[in-house]
Write a protein that binds this ligand. Structure first.
Ligand SMILES: [Ca+2]
Ligand SMILES: [Ca+2]
Length: 164
């Protein structure tokens, strides 16, 4: 599918003028139908990844985005709703606490990431190896700390793209 200015007209009328020159091509066999809000586009992969690094590369190679970075409670609410609308259990978003347990920063920018809505009992750093973040999809929402690299867990990824 080609996400064009017309799509933004439908999804988010307020962005029309500014989105007019933006054209993002996303293959609908590879991504769930994207959502747009506040000059951002969000899209979830239909493939899963062994590691956060692979997931991040996928975002960049498909649409030019990056794993979604939580900036506000409102944005988290939006992407939780989007994740919940899929049947995927586990979906990577940005953030790592590899430097200090329980304090998360963006892998891309180094900015502090506040988590507004942890899942019950999280973050628990299970096994001492949960240095990345995921959203629970499949009707659940909410955030969990999860391993950045474990072959036995199927992590999808929710990407974010700046439209201007
Ligand atoms: Ca963001
Ligand atoms: Ca956890």
């Amino acid at each position: 599918m080609s996400v064009s200015a017309f799509t933004f007209l439908v999804l988010s009328a307020i962005n029309v003028i500014w989105a007019i020159d933006i054209k993002v091509s996303l293959d609908n066999t590879k991504v769930y139908t994207p959502i747009a809000s506040k000059n951002k586009l969000y899209y979830i992969s239909k493939s899963n990844f062994v590691s956060y690094t692979q997931a991040s590369t996928w975002c960049s190679q498909n649409g030019g985005g990056y794993p979604a970075e939580i900036d506000t409670a409102e944005e988290l609410g939006l992407i939780e709703q989007y994740a919940s609308s899929t049947n995927l259990d586990r979906i990577f978003i940005a953030g790592t606490d590899a430097k200090k347990d329980g304090v998360f920063f963006s892998q891309r920018t180094g900015a502090f990431i506040h988590i507004y809505n942890w899942a019950n009992g999280e973050p628990n750093n299970d096994g001492g190896v949960e240095d990345c973040l995921e959203l629970y999809g499949n009707g659940q929402g909410r955030v969990n700390d999860t391993p950045c690299n474990r072959a036995s867990i199927s992590h999808y990824v929710l990407c974010e793209l700046d439209l201007f």
